[in-house]
Design a protein around this ligand. Sequence first.
Ligand code: GCV
Length: 721
Amino acid sequence: MNQIKFILLVLACYFPLVSSAQTDYNLWLQYDKIEDSDLKQSYLKSVKGIKVLGNSKTLEASREELSKAYNSFFNQELETADSGDGLLILANIDQLPANLSNSVKPDLENINSEGYIIKSATQDGNKTILITAKTDIGVLYGTFRLIKEMQLHNDISNLAIIDSPKIQKRVLNHWDNLDRTVERGYAGFSIWDWHLLPDLIKPEYTDYARANASIGINGTVLTNVNANSLILTEQYIEKVKALAEVFRPYGIQVYLTARFSAPMESGDVDTADPLNAQVKQWWKDKADEIYAEIPDFGGFLVKANSEGQPGPNNYDRTHVDGANMLAEAVAPHDGIVMWRAFVYSEHDPEDRAKQAYSEFVPFDGQFKKNVLVQVKNGAIDFQPREPFHPIFGAMPNTPLMMEFQITQEYLGFASHLVFLPKLFEETLDEDTYVNGENSTVAKVIDGSLSNKKLTGIAGVANIGTAKNWTGHPFGQSSWYGFGRLAWDPYLDSERIAEEWLKMTFTNEEEFVDPMTDLLIKSREAVVKYMTPLGLHHIMNTNHHYGPGPWVSNLSRPEWNPVYYHKADEEGIGFDRTISGSDALAQYADPIAQQYSSPETTPEKYLLWFHHLPWDYQMDNGETLWHNLATTYQEGVEDVEEMVETWNNMEEYVDEERFKKVSMLLQIQLKEAKWWRNACLSYFQQFSDMELPESVPQPEHDLEYYKSLEFPFAPGIRPSWE
Ligand code: GCV
């Protein structure tokens, strides 16, 4: 070795080229070296060379991903080969020779156009692994699956895996503005560098596509639902096209948000009335223009007549008129319209939880067949816990798309560790009874209940320019888990947690077991220290950071926390039974009946549906006040336990991630105490009861908590105009 090489080697030992910040950047695609020599030998025996049949950017991406993983697992190249033992064959079924395609014929009937088959087979006495599918994208998904089997240290010597996504449109919604701020974004600025597009194509765009493809996400809405019509101009379509080209090989379609008043804002038409011929033509021309540049453009997502956004109601037209007009414009190109049902009005005295149902359910069956009605998981707004949105049980003739929020607007931003797949799973598993018992939300949205052709699920992204994409290193787990549940809404969140931990950190049981437990419990912890027993929307104003149960001065009644908890000397909670707003009547009979009495309502939804006296006797024989206080305290203790668990994990995690998570957990603990102290101080004025002994006295008086202000809290939404 010459002197220069020696010096370089020494330098490399002291200053590793791959910093730990880059470790975080790699998400769950870490491809850690396989240290176990038996496992390594068995993998190297199963995969010695690769043969890709066919030619496409998608197949090239599959090969590249495998090479990357192979290199990283074994520190050796994956050679191209033509035959022999240990051959890995990647091919769309159309490219397979007859003997191989015949061997998978029966399996083909069990996959859809995005599904895949991975099979070990013996060919001329040689062992091979075949990854095949009906489309190249299916092959890419199969490739990621094989890599994952190795990341999870599973045996790959005898594979027979068949899998297909159960939901068709698996989409991220970016609430990203064209100035690169992100509404409810806590991970930096927008990753879309609009100013420099289309000329600068950042490597992040490809890595974003790789990450999404690895979990089967096949669509991305690039822009905020509070939309800017500039995105529909020629100048921006060119930029969108550049992104679409990066994403195409990974099976990801781009979508845009359509501002309903865009025809007027363009200066071409003086109305946006959906029944006006010129308006219809404007949208048709716009769709043609977009599709000419982006032939696989997915379509539009629309927030109309909601929180100040324009819509068909401005012209005395309905949501059906608006959605169908846009649907007609994109239909010739196989595009879809995702029309949001998130509507409520300050002029409507009806319980906000009831308004979307009242407005949309009468339209059941009236939307064109390329319209999906996109419904948030609950009827209020992405709270730590909400019962499922009653619309899911009431529009059997309309394709309903689920909207979850991955970004933690109401769950502690990017500083709280909350594994959201647990929340998603809870909603998906709830029974709507729309077709009798066992009509779960999952079955509504995957179309299996009523044989829907078009199905979809959306997640509001938590992604930004932060080096690790999501701000909190564990925010990645919610992105990952959303993708997994979008692929298969029946998956167990615990299994998802386990997979993610192994792929992101290590397979060591001593790490994976306690950390899976921590992830699973983290969701309940946040419910306990923020909104226990069915409380909701008591976060502070506008930015939604921290507690604000006292807020009562906002212009719209339903923006005020006091509207939701209704605490007074008599008690606490929102009466949604027949003696109150009767929102319960929007649910099917078995639910409406069960929840009509506090005795039979699950305690987790108690104050969502009932206003109860402070001394109401709970299941454990204690008063409501007692349980409210001890639940807040339990939430704090849960976070203390999370801190303790994490402290034992130092040896399994790189220094940077370990320290960052430690500090973030301290912030979470501080804020959990803040929530407990502020809420209990506030509610105590009404309950007039002592705190139970196990609950510490708040450090400050109520006035102190009320006086806290956070003018620069992140993610704040721009003006409501
Ligand atoms: C994008 C809530 C959020 C808003 C968001 C809105 C929506 O009101 O606070 O920031 O706007 O939901 O989902 O449209």
